[in-house]
Ligand binder design. Structure first.
Ligand code: A2P
Length: 345
């Protein structure tokens, strides 16, 4: 019989936390007991799960007593403070924030790519950045067959990646535009940065704040995390991350260079059978992936595959996935499922 587990969701009221609830039910995760943790603001309020009502508790170190799996998605500072407390009390933490991702002792896992890394955990597993997850799911099968030397990506990222408040801001700004009112911007491109710009009827070439080298933190996450997950420290990766006025579903234009000769048909064949990937590419019928159609769907969709006109080892791909699902909640639950199957929980 499958082991039944005590699960905690930290950030249960948030955009990703809500999807974690849905995924646990949809995937029939074996739950003995579940607790919902959030800030003191939400403590005492009711939350629905599987047709039952639960009381939200404040996330404190003691709240993790008896917890087997703690799914964190309440921001980096909450993870920094509470993930070690949860691990100390015997929970396996699956952390959706960037806080522990590049820590050498913390596995950073996309099960389709590096499931084997889970066995090396010390109580904390990191769930990668949303844009990185969908990209590596599509690139790993190509890399396995043809090698991979270069990845240049531009993203078109949805506002839900910035949480419930950013979704609300897009809605409000759209209404303000339609009503001919002044458009107010308080959150994007990055809450903690000095200036804020409208996202409605706009695109923002900044996600997160800038680092010293001119790339943003989001771009550096894609660069560093891709190398770590794929175990390719020498891979040439560059990213430009852009926020677009889409609620859910990140899109990416990706240029890759492979090491061995490959034809476009080879790339099609590899992606057709790849785990977690749906090939959606028929230009004669104008078939290609788009965010409004992937919202609520599990897979990573790939289309618009072209061989580069000047470099036979260069290929262009268009990769789209629901950033709150494979990019966040679904990948976290798949990590927990893989750990259960591999007797790591
Ligand atoms: P709360 O609703 O009580 O503020 P999102 O990414 O969609 O904005 O969601 C953030 C999530 O993180 C929410 O569930 C939020 O809870 C939670 N959160 C924010 N600050 C804290 C904190 N200090 N301790 C625990 N949870 C927090």
């Amino acid at each position: 019989m499958t082991k039944q587990l005590t699960v905690a969701i930290v950030g249960a009221t948030g955009a990703v936390g809500s999807k974690m609830k849905e995924q646990l039910i949809k995937r029939k995760f074996p739950i003995k007991h579940i607790k919902f943790l959030a800030s003191a603001r939400s403590a005492g309020k009711e939350i629905e799960f599987d047709d039952k009502s639960y009381i939200i508790e404040e996330a404190t170190p003691e709240a993790f007593e008896g917890v087997d799996v703690a799914l964190f998605s309440a921001g980096g500072s909450v993870s920094a403070k509470l993930a070690p407390e949860a691990a100390k009390r015997g929970a396996v933490v699956i952390d959706n924030t960037s806080h522990f991702r590049m820590h050498p002792e913390v596995p950073l896992v996309v099960p389709e790519v590096n499931r084997g890394d889970l066995a090396k955990h010390n109580g904390i597993i990191a769930n990668p950045n949303c844009s990185t997850i969908q990209m590596v799911v599509a690139l790993q099968p190509i890399r396995e067959k043809f090698g991979l030397s270069k990845v240049l990506v531009s993203t078109y990222q949805a506002v839900s990646g910035s949480g419930v408040s950013a979704i609300e801001e897009l809605r409000t700004q759209s209404e303000q535009w339609d009503a001919g009112k002044d458009v107010e911007a308080n959150i994007l491109p990055a809450k903690s940065d000095k200036k804020h710009y409208p996202i409605a009827r706009n695109v923002l070439p900044q996600i997160d704040v800038f680092t010293e080298n001119g790339f943003t933190y989001e771009e550096m996450k894609m660069i560093n995390e891709t190398k770590k997950i794929m175990h390719l420290p020498e891979l040439h990766v560059a990213a430009t991350c852009v926020r677009v006025p889409v609620v859910s579903g990140h899109s990416e234009s990706v240029y890759i260079e492979v090491e061995n000769d490959a034809t476009i048909q080879d790339i099609f064949n590899v992606l057709k059978d790849a785990p977690g990937v749906v090939l959606q590419d028929d230009i004669s019928q104008q078939i290609y992936p788009m965010p409004i159609y992937v919202e609520g769907e599990d897979p990573v969709y790939v289309g618009r595959i072209r061989q580069d006109l000047d470099n036979k080892k260069g290929f262009h791909l268009w990769i789209v996935s629901d950033n709150l699902l494979k990019g966040a909640a679904l990948n976290s639950i798949q990590i927990a499922e893989a750990m259960l199957e591999d007797n790591l929980l």
